[in-house]
Design a protein around this ligand. Structure first.
Ligand code: FAD
Length: 372
């Protein structure tokens, strides 16, 4: 039996950030992931400034030898209506390739890495957990994404709205570059009329990422195909290789969830269902929850009874704010009218949609949310 102080299931941003914080404090940490790294991850790779700040690395440092596309503006609008352009005149966020980003974070975590091993067995043992019948730890962190085996075994995780997303990420050859009018510094966002989802085009160096995410999983493939056809007809993108299309679903933060801890266990990132209700941003809450889980574990000092881990839920609620709003059918017409106004006037698109919903400017930094 291989013993450690903390075992983390899943080596994405949530798991690797938690692992690094615990390893830095002197704990012996094991991260188990079913994949070997670098591994692909379905994601547009849009990273907002708090992520780099919380990771303790600048975009310039991270970008040495890796794709880190500066984003200085956006082209956005309602699908089917003329878009508006917003220019910040300086970098307000960045685009990364998740295969590179996640590999970088995991390699510097300082944890012992067990890669290429799916976690199946999660069993309670005296004073902790036995994982896959060969690892023993007093505390386990479930960071295995939406289908995390720890969350499933213990019945943990949020129950917020499910976002179904499809995307294609592919390298642009010479012909593709000639046909692509998406500016790498100005990604494109196209919202559905009722604001229950949006499509995007992100160009990161020579890589194009086109996707559509929405709260209704029915007909997702047809909606994605129609979105791509519309962009092609408008002359914005080249043909999307069918074999590059991937789908994935994850949950939005629903507000103060109390189902994220158990005796000796916490769930973080997509395993906890923490994506931002308005933007669908999941990397920032993954990193934030990884750090908050680590702080909670360190403060508990080896006594991992549920009552000692519960503060994690309060820290998260404080950091992530109110969850996804309850939508009623009566509100739909009002939302449609509001959406036309918000996305038709550049000043409103910038101050409400971009600054408040997506970049979340003015919100408190993570250090205010928890001790440590
Ligand atoms: C199409 C799409 C576009 C997105 N675009 C953005 C974006 O631009 N910006 C943004 O901020 N967010 C975006 N997101 C959300 C974001 O990708 C996730 O919220 C984020 O990856 C969550 O990180 P995580 O560490 O919790 O999970 P993950 O990154 O999914 O990592 C989970 C890890 O657990 C491992 N694992 C799973 N099961 C097991 C098992 N049984 N045993 C061992 N290991 C296991 C997996 O291999 C994986 O490495 C997007 C999501 C989608 C679907």
């Amino acid at each position: 039996m291989d013993r450690c102080d903390a075992l983390i299931v899943g080596g994405g941003p949530a798991g690797s950030t938690c692992a690094r914080a615990l390893s830095s404090a002197g704990l012996d940490v094991i991260v188990v992931d079913r994949r070997t790294f670098p591994r692909p991850k379905v994601c547009a790779g849009w990273v907002t400034p708090p992520v780099f700040r919380d990771l303790g690395v600048t975009p310039q440092e991270y970008g040495a030898g890796r794709v880190c596309q500066a984003i200085r503006g956006f082209r956005l609008g309602l699908l089917g209506r003329p878009p508006v352009e917003v220019d910040y005149g300086r970098a307000v966020s960045h685009g990364v390739l998740r295969s590179e980003f996640d590999h970088y974070l995991l390699e510097r975590s300082g944890a012992r890495l067990v890669l290429g091993e799916p976690v199946g067995g999660v069993e309670r043992a005296a004073g902790g957990w036995i994982i896959n019948a060969r690892f023993r730890a007093p505390v386990v962190v479930g960071a295995g994404g939406p289908r995390c085996p720890v969350a499933r075994a213990l019945g943990l995780g949020g129950r917020g709205p499910l976002v179904a997303a499809l995307e294609a990420e592919f390298r642009l050859g010479p012909e593709g570059r000639a046909l692509c009018r998406v500016d790498p510094e100005r990604p494109e966002l196209y919202f559905l009329p009722n604001l229950e989802g949006y499509g995007w085009c992100f160009r990161k160096g020579d890589t194009l990422n086109v996707g559509l995410g929405r709260e209704d999983a029915r007909g997702a493939a047809a909606a994605f195909a129609a979105f791509v056809d519309r962009l092609r007809a408008a002359g914005r993108i080249p043909a999307v290789p069918r074999e590059r299309v991937r789908g994935h679903a994850y949950r939005l933060w629903e507000g103060a969830a109390r189902t994220l801890v158990s005796d000796g266990a916490l769930v973080v990132g997509d395993a906890a269902g923490l994506a931002h209700p308005k933007s669908g941003e999941g990397i920032r809450p993954a990193v934030e929850s990884g750090l908050l889980a680590a702080r909670t574990i360190l403060v508990a000092r080896g006594d991992y009874r549920r009552s000692n881990l519960e503060p994690f839920c309060a820290y998260l609620a404080q950091q992530l704010g109110p969850g996804a709003p309850q939508r009623s059918a009566f509100a739909a017409p009002v939302i449609r009218v509001a959406a036309r106004v918000l996305l038709g006037v550049p000043a409103l698109a910038r101050s409400v949609v971009l600054d408040r919903w997506f970049l979340r400017r003015g919100e408190a930094p993570l250090s205010h949310a928890a001790p440590g």
